[in-house]
Design a protein around this ligand. Structure first.
Ligand SMILES: N[C@@H](CCC(=O)N[C@@H](CS)C(=O)NCC(=O)O)C(=O)O
Length: 220
């Protein structure tokens, strides 16, 4: 089955999928939404969010749904732990990144705050910092309560939770000046992940549409 990933270099939800594809060694075609235009992309993915995966002639939006598909269809190497409780904990950890952090810090939310509700840049920064700190504090505590201090979130090999955590941490440090000092467990796992080939291959700088530096989307 031919797989086509619609994403762009800076798309952190897409980066999760790119890491999974690389960890599983799956071939796919990369299509930059910036290059085909949003008008064209909207016809492909009515949710109008990146990423989306085209499987044959079918489209699947939402990174989590795509990751579930990949895990079910390409089970080796498994990204979720074998133990059912650890699996649930890995999913819960990932869901915290997706729903309680990323969904709140995306550009369309910041644009709405700024353009519709009149929040100034200082207020936007406050919003951003609050949700990054709130999210990372909860994730750090989840890691601290693990029964085993694994190298990665829930095992000795990188998986589901790590591929959610790493792009969020990288983005927090590089683009939002998040101070990671209060989160030593997260920082240790992030450090272990960013040196791995699958994680490097998924970074913004390795994508064909990378313009040489990350260009921050404008609020207005
Ligand atoms: N819940 C979605 C979120 C996708 C999402 O928000 N993607 C961002 C980029 S990281 C996007 O498409 N932003 C375009 C916009 O906000 O207009 C997922 O996990 O796939």
């Amino acid at each position: 089955m031919t797989l086509t990933l619609y994403s762009n270099y800076v798309n952190s939800a897409g980066e999760r999928v790119r890491i999974a594809l690389a960890l599983k060694g799956i071939d796919y075609e990369y299509v930059s939404v910036g290059e085909i235009s949003w008008e064209v992309y909207e016809r492909i993915n009515p949710q109008r969010l990146m990423p989306a995966l085209k499987i044959g002639d079918q489209i699947v939006p939402q990174a989590t749904a795509i990751l579930e598909y990949l895990e079910e269809t390409y089970p080796k190497p498994a990204l979720l732990p074998a133990d059912p409780v650890l699996r649930a904990q890995a999913r819960a950890f990932a869901q915290h990144v997706v729903s309680e952090m990323h969904a709140i810090d995306v550009i369309r939310v910041r644009r709405f705050l700024h353009n519709q509700l009149g929040v100034d840049q200082e207020g936007i920064d406050h919003w951003q910092n609050h949700w990054f700190a709130n999210g990372f504090a909860a994730l750090e505590e989840l890691l601290a309560r693990r029964q085993t201090a694994w190298t990665f979130c829930f095992g000795e090999t990188p998986g589901w939770a790590d591929l959610h955590l790493t792009p969020q941490v990288t983005k927090g440090i590089a683009r939002f000046n998040v101070d990671m000092a209060p989160y030593p467990l997260i920082s240790g796992i992030h450090k272990a992940c960013v040196t791995l080939p699958a994680f490097i291959a998924a970074t913004p700088a390795e994508q064909p549409d990378y313009p040489g530096r990350v260009i921050e989307p404008k609020l207005r």
